[in-house]
Write a protein that binds this ligand. Structure first.
Ligand SMILES: *[C@@H]1O[C@H](CO)[C@@H](O)[C@H](O)[C@H]1NC(C)=O
Ligand SMILES: *[C@@H]1O[C@H](CO)[C@@H](O)[C@H](O)[C@H]1NC(C)=O
Ligand SMILES: *[C@@H]1O[C@H](CO)[C@@H](O)[C@H](O)[C@H]1NC(C)=O
Ligand SMILES: *[C@@H]1O[C@H](CO)[C@@H](O)[C@H](O)[C@H]1NC(C)=O
Ligand SMILES: *[C@@H]1O[C@H](CO)[C@@H](O)[C@H](O)[C@H]1NC(C)=O
Ligand SMILES: *[C@@H]1O[C@H](CO)[C@@H](O)[C@H](O)[C@H]1NC(C)=O
Ligand SMILES: *[C@@H]1O[C@H](CO)[C@@H](O)[C@H](O)[C@H]1NC(C)=O
Ligand SMILES: *[C@@H]1O[C@H](CO)[C@@H](O)[C@H](O)[C@H]1NC(C)=O
Ligand SMILES: *[C@@H]1O[C@H](CO)[C@@H](O)[C@H](O)[C@H]1NC(C)=O
Ligand SMILES: *[C@@H]1O[C@H](CO)[C@@H](O)[C@H](O)[C@H]1NC(C)=O
Length: 719
């Protein structure tokens, strides 16, 4: 990607000390070493990979014939009166999204009409039945429903190509749903009785080719402005799997391809957005962006898909300051936490893109939600957010009371907003929001800390139990966010992270509740989304990195090895199953936190000023058995490149190259290293000061912090 950079590094290597093995990755392996991990289709025409041989039934000749214009097509035949229904399952090899196209060589028919095909789509084999695992039509009002879970084709007796457009071949008969997100496709020669006389269940159909028109961001290697690679191939692969998952949800907002639950919006129509899932809900939700947008910034230069959503939701702010979470239900879906995520996501957007004009334009929106909607009742409620209404949240939990999560998220949003206020010169707001964040943090600890286990209570009452004001239950969301928001100190962070790892570890991740007091099954449900904040908290807390790597192995390792593999799921339920059965989206942008965890923590690159004008590079080098990691993060002024490697003698070499017009700080790990054996560009490092790391407080220490200007530098520290 940057051949000039390689030369600079090579020159530096020659001049610097004790890093003989380094060029193994930066030069010999070359910048293209990561290309093999990229999951994107090579072109926007995607072909299926295989036929599931064991699942073919009835009279199907040459089942593989339809995999790419063979001379001999696949022929499905059913004799009149036969009960033997021909059926075949096509496997695209991985989850895909787009519009299916089937080319027919023709059919034989009787006077009763053309033979009909029925198509069922599914992301998993488990939920591939005679009907699709999910059908957009199911969400339409009864009168406007066009399918009951299968797409129909009347196969004419001449060659033609059918495309899965939303609509019907004949009036309101022989209908299909349109766009699908799926891995498996079941094709059956069969007809709906209601489609008579246009289709019938008998005859013979010849299929010469099947392909998919990719309907999302095509993330081929040339589109990457950031990448990541390390000595653990699983972590490397999952980084690219996360990018692929987020690519699948990056697409144009079109009424006929979007969630039909009154999501269609003239102000979003035709714009690039990040949907929440590939097969559903296909609406952009702002909370999801807290993870999905980071994946987008860290992999491809495509800020428009985030900007469009943030601007549109801000433009639909309610008079009382509440910001809708999405366009669904005509911008009225009542989620309580998402307006605060809008603030955090706007902060991230400005940091990654440098678009401070955007922050200025929507500053009033931010102030109105933080001070108006959330701030108005604080005095009356003892200084903590006290939710009394029926609003839900990211998990549709109608929690009420002084919930830890909402308050920790408020602290996170206030601190993010304070940074933006500072950048824009609104010092009064900065001071007020910083002070309020401190006050909420203190009160949260005083009210919701459970000394008996050393973690925060969820904070609300148990259902149907008026006698206790605080239910004996602890949640991942509030605990993780309290650390990430800097609402607690390092020893408190260590305590709650230790408790949570002990109490909530499951073979497929950490559950979002430690017990079932609020609802059956909660202690067995895992959201990769909310796990991201807990995992980031672990990386930001001294001594907790190994628990982060261990949790990542369970969570991402589970999804990577269970059907459909590669893409990351909306939620995981009991036994590691898709948490809402076939309805579960198995390609959900909010579950791609692995990308940020590797780039922002293991490589350690984070913006500390708009557009990375200032940055920090604070790599996590211990806890995961890694011997090296390298990669790039794209910024508006060019790539930041980082590479670290441990040598056999235990010394650590850290190389980085940042754009010339930027500056920042480097955190060199000191735990287990000798500070007196630290060199930068061959010279001993003396007496650098400790800095406050990042605008969002980092609970970790154990670093020596060194200031650096843009350009290429090498730091070596010995054991
Ligand atoms: C096949 O269908 C076409 C169109 O309905 C019809 O004209 C033709 O007669 C049918 N062929 C046979 C063999 O019945
Ligand atoms: C395909 O057949 C295999 C082997 O019998 C079975 O395990 C699997 O569930 C089948 N898949 C579908 C979608 O029917
Ligand atoms: C699926 O379709 C086949 C063929 O029509 C039929 O034999 C089977 O009973 C159907 N299964 C279900 C679950 O409806
Ligand atoms: C869906 O199934 C219901 C119940 O069997 C039926 O009344 C309706 O007509 C079907 N709708 C379509 C579009 O096939
Ligand atoms: C939706 O409509 C657009 C044009 O407005 C069209 O290009 C696209 O193919 C349609 N999608 C489906 C699935 O029908
Ligand atoms: C959505 O809400 C707006 C504002 O209340 C209203 O003007 C518009 O008609 C609504 N649109 C739909 C499709 O319900
Ligand atoms: C603040 O209190 C008012 C009046 O009780 C209520 O309508 C509103 O929903 C509360 N706001 C929040 C954010 O809880
Ligand atoms: C209800 O609250 C009481 C008092 O705190 C507590 O002892 C009891 O365990 C609670 N019941 C349930 C089902 O949580
Ligand atoms: C961290 O915070 C806890 C709770 O407020 C306090 O008891 C403890 O002394 C603090 N520890 C340090 C090292 O400041
Ligand atoms: C690191 O290596 C040790 C020893 O082989 C092993 O027990 C541990 O599970 C590994 N940790 C991770 C996160 O892979």
């Amino acid at each position: 990607m940057a051949p000039i950079l390689v030369n600079v590094l090579t020159a530096l290597l020659a001049a610097s000390v004790g890093c003989e093995a380094f060029d193994k990755q930066t030069t010999a392996r070359g910048d293209r070493s990561w290309h093999e991990y990229v999951r994107s289709p090579k072109t926007s025409i995607v072909t299926p990979k295989a036929i599931l041989a064991a699942n073919t039934s009835g009279d199907v000749s040459n089942p593989a014939g339809m995999l790419g214009w063979n001379r001999h097509p696949t022929v499905l035949t059913r004799k009149q009166g036969s009960d033997d229904v021909p059926s075949v399952i096509v496997d695209f090899g991985q989850n895909v999204v787009g519009i299916l196209a089937i080319s027919f060589a023709g059919s034989t028919n009787s006077s009763a009409g053309f033979p009909g095909l029925k198509l069922a789509f599914s992301e998993t084999q488990q939920y591939l039945t005679n009907v699709s695992d999910f059908t957009r039509s199911d969400n339409l009002p009864a009168g406007s429903k066009i399918t009951n879970g299968t797409d129909q084709i009347a196969v004419a007796n001449k060659p033609f190509t059918w495309k899965d457009q939303t609509g019907c071949q004949h009036g309101d008969k022989v209908c299909s749903d349109g766009l699908h997100g799926f891995r498996y496709l079941k094709i059956t020669l069969d007809a709906l009785e209601s489609d008579s006389p246009y289709t019938q269940s008998y005859g013979s159909v010849s299929i010469s080719n099947i392909e998919l028109e990719w309907n999302a961001y095509l993330g081929t290697p040339d589109t990457f402005t950031g990448w990541f690679e390390c000595s653990d191939e699983d972590l490397t692969q999952w980084w690219f799997d996360g990018v692929y998952t987020a690519d699948m949800i990056n697409s144009k907002f079109l009424a006929n391809e979007t969630d039909p639950r009154n999501s269609a919006s003239p102000t979003l129509e035709g714009k690039e957005v990040l949907f929440d899932g590939a097969k559903r809900d296909r609406d952009p939700y702002v909370g999801d962006l807290a993870v999905a947008s980071l994946t987008s910034y860290l992999s491809h230069d495509d800020p428009a898909s985030t900007r469009n959503i943030l601007a549109d939701l801000a433009n639909h702010q309610r008079d009382d300051g509440w910001i809708p979470p999405a366009s669904i239900n005509n911008y009225t879906l009542d989620l309580y936490d998402y307006p605060m995520w809008w603030v955090v996501c706007t902060y991230d957007f400005v940091m990654y893109t440098g678009e401070t004009d955007f922050a200025a334009q929507y500053y009033g929106v931010m102030k109105k939600t933080l001070d108006g909607y959330f701030g108005q009742n604080l005095t009356a409620t003892g200084g903590l957010l006290d939710k009394t209404n029926g609003y839900g949240d990211y998990a549709f939990l109608p929690r009420s009371g002084k919930i830890t999560y909402y308050n920790a998220l408020y602290v996170h949003a206030l601190k993010s907003a304070a940074e933006l206020a500072s950048i824009l010169g609104h010092d009064e707001d900065r001071n007020a929001w910083t002070a309020r964040a401190e006050s909420v943090s203190t009160k949260l600890l005083a009210r919701n800390w459970d000394t008996s286990v050393g973690a925060f209570f969820d904070g609300g009452p148990c259902p149907n139990n008026a006698t206790n004001s605080i239910c004996n239950v602890h949640a991942q969301d509030g605990n993780g966010l309290a650390v990430l928001a800097g609402a607690v100190n390092s020893s408190t962070a260590t305590s709650l992270l230790d408790y949570y790892a002990r109490a909530a570890a499951r073979p497929y991740g950490n559950a979002f509740y430690d017990n079932d007091a609020l609802s059956a099954g909660f202690s067995e449900r895992v959201y990769a989304f909310i796990s991201y904040f807990e995992l980031a908290a672990r990386f930001a807390t001294k001594g907790a990195a190994s628990s982060a790597f261990e949790e990542i192995k369970r969570l991402y390792g589970w999804m990577a090895t269970h059907d459909p593999k590669i893409t990351f799921w909306e939620g995981i339920g009991p036994g590691g199953s898709p948490y809402e059965q076939g309805f579960t989206s198995m390609a959900h942008g909010w579950s791609t936190g692995i990308v940020s965890l590797m780039s922002n923590y293991v490589l350690g690159v984070q913006p500390t000023g708009p557009g990375f004008k200032t940055w920090q590079i604070c790599p996590v080098v211990d806890g995961g058995n890694l011997t090296w990691a390298q990669g790039e993060v794209g910024t508006p002024s060019g790539p930041i490149r980082v590479s670290w490697k441990k040598s056999h003698d235990g010394s650590l070499t850290l190389q980085f190259d940042t754009p010339r017009d930027t500056s920042g700080v480097i955190c060199v790990p000191t735990e287990g290293f000798r500070k007196d054996r630290m060199t930068m560009d061959g010279k001993r490092v003396e007496g650098e000061e400790a800095h406050t790391l990042g605008p969002i407080a980092t609970a970790g220490d154990g670093f020596k912090v060194i200031k650096a200007d843009g350009g290429a530098h090498t730091i070596v520290v010995g054991r």
